[in-house]
Design a binder for this molecule. Structure first.
Ligand code: NAD
Length: 376
C-alpha cells in the first residue's frame, strides 16, 4: 500500500482542510505516491501549486483517483464508502457510535475504516490524537466567540474615566478544551473559575491561575482511558445546585463536558440560564452530543432572556489554518507510524494497539468490539 489520496473537503460550511502542504511534504518524503484533489486548500487560500511543490500530484478526476488509492485521508465523515476500492484504508472522523449505518456500509464495501475520534488517548498516540488537537483550538475559540458576543471587556481596566471590574468566566469540564479555555480567559484578564468531576483536574486548573470549585459528589473518578465516568441523576442534581452561584455570577459560562460514546450530561437548566445577568454569554461545546445546556442548539446562536447561548459545533473551524495544520499533522503521523521505510509501503499491522483502538471495519466485518456490539 503506497498510494495516498487526500480529497477536498465537501461538508457545507467547513473552513478547515484535511492537510496543509507541510504534511504533504512529510508523506512525500516517506516515498508515498501522494495525490490531492484540485482545490483542496481553497478555503485557506492555499493554491494547488503549493501542494504540487510539496510533492503531491494534483488530480481533477476524483473518481479515477479514488479507484486507485490504497489510503484515502479525509477530515469529516464521508457520505459513504462509494468509490473506494475494496481493501483500501479510509481515515477520517466517523462518528461511529452514532452513525452505525455508515459503519455497516463501510464493512459491506470491504473498506478498512479508521475513526480518528477512536485513536487511543495514550502517550504513544498523542501525536495522532485529533480529538485533542481540535479540542484545544475549540477551547481557545470558545472564549474568543464569547467575547465577540459579550457587551463587556474581560480585563480590569483602571482609566481616568473610571475602573472596569474584570469579567468572570466559569468553565465546566476542564479536559483538553476546558483547560485551553481557562488559559485563554486568564490571558485576557478574566477571573476564572472551573469545575470538573475528575478530582485530578483540580491541580491543573490551579496551575493556570484559576479557582477550582469544590463540590462533593461522592464517588466520581475516571475510566482507565482518562475519561469521566457518567454521574448518577442524584449526583448531577447536586452538581447543578452547587454550581448555581458560580453560574449566576459569571459573565461567560463555557461548558465542555462530554461523555465518550454517550449523550452529553445536562449541566445547566433553563432556569439557571434565566438567572444569569442579561448580556451574559454561554458557550455549549457539547451541542453535537445533545448539549450541556437546556435550550442550546447545534450551530445556532440563541438569545434567551438577554443571555446569548452559542452552540457552534465547529469552534475549531474558527481558526481553520491552525486546525488544519494540526489535523493534517495527526494524519501524517498516523501514516508514518505504520510506514515500512525500507519497502516504502504502509503496513496495516493488526497487532498494533493504536490500530486496534481505532480500526472500525476491516475485510468485510465490523472489527471494533464496542462498535460491533452496537451494530449487532
Ligand atoms: P471530554 O471532551 O470527553 O470531556 C471534557 C471534560 O468534561 C472532561 O475533563 C470530563 O472529565 C469533564 N466532564 C464530564 N462530565 C462532567 C460533568 N458532569 N461536570 C463537569 N465536567 C464533566 O474529555 P477530553 O478533554 O477529550 O479528555 C479528558 C481527559 O482525557 C484529559 O484531560 C486527559 O486526562 C485524558 N487525555 C489523555 C490523553 C493522553 O494521554 N494522550 C489525551 C487526551 C486526553
Amino acid at each position: 500500500m503506497n498510494s495516498i489520496l487526500v480529497p477536498r473537503e465537501t461538508r457545507p460550511g467547513e473552513t478547515r482542510v484535511p492537510m496543509l502542504p507541510e504534511s504533504v511534504r512529510k508523506l512525500a518524503g516517506l516515498g508515498a505516491r501522494l495525490r490531492v484533489e484540485t482545490g483542496i486548500g481553497r478555503s485557506l487560500y492555499i493554491e494547488d501549486a503549493e501542494y504540487a511543490e510539496a510533492g503531491a500530484e494534483v488530480v481533477t478526476d476524483l473518481a479515477a483517483a479514488m479507484a486507485e488509492a490504497d489510503l484515502v485521508l479525509r477530515l469529516n465523515k464521508p457520505a459513504g464508502p462509494e468509490g473506494l476500492r475494496p481493501g483500501s484504508l479510509h481515515l477520517s472522523f466517523l462518528d461511529p457510535f452514532v452513525d452505525l449505518e455508515n459503519v455497516r456500509r463501510f464493512a459491506a464495501a470491504g473498506v478498512s475504516a479508521v475513526s480518528m475520534e477512536m485513536i487511543p488517548r495514550s502517550t504513544i498516540a498523542q501525536k495522532m490524537d485529533a480529538l485533542s488537537s481540535q479540542a484545544s483550538l475549540a477551547g481557545y475559540s470558545a472564549v474568543i466567540a464569547a467575547c465577540a458576543r459579550l457587551q463587556r471587556s474581560l480585563p480590569m481596566m483602571m482609566t481616568p474615566a473610571g475602573t472596569l471590574a474584570p469579567c468572570r468566566v466559569f468553565v465546566i469540564g476542564a479536559g483538553v478544551a476546558g483547560l485551553q479555555a481557562i488559559a485563554t480567559a486568564k490571558r485576557l484578564g478574566a477571573r476564572v473559575e472551573a469545575f470538573d468531576t475528575r478530582p485530578v483536574v483540580e491541580e491543573q486548573v490551579q496551575s493556570l491561575g484559576a479557582k477550582f470549585l469544590k463540590i462533593d459528589l461522592g464517588e466520581t473518578g475516571q475510566t482507565a482511558g482518562g475519561y469521566a465516568k457518567e454521574l448518577s441523576d442524584a449526583q448531577l442534581e447536586i452538581q447543578r445546585e452547587a454550581m448555581g452561584k458560580a453560574v449566576a455570577r459569571a459573565n461567560i459560562v463555557i461548558t465542555t463536558a462530554k461523555l465518550f460514546g454517550r449523550p452529553a450530561p445536562r449541566l445547566l437548566t433553563a432556569a439557571q440560564v434565566a438567572a444569569m445577568r442579561p448580556g451574559s454569554v454561554v458557550v455549549d461545546m457539547a451541542t453535537a452530543g445533545g448539549g450541556n445546556v437546556e435550550g442550546s442548539r447545534p450551530d445556532e446562536d440563541r438569545v434567551v432572556g438577554g443571555v446569548t447561548i452559542i452552540g457552534d459545533t465547529n469552534l475549531e473551524g474558527r481558526v481553520p489554518y491552525d486546525a488544519s495544520q494540526m489535523y493534517g499533522s495527526n494524519l501524517a503521523n498516523f501514516v508514518e507510524h505504520f510506514w515500512n521505510k525500507a519497502d516504502r509501503v504502509f503496513e496495516l499491522r493488526r497487532d498494533d494497539e493504536i490500530l486496534a483502538g481505532a480500526l472500525i471495519t476491516h475485510a468485510g466485518e465490523v472489527v471494533h468490539p464496542l462498535i460491533k456490539e452496537k451494530v449487532g
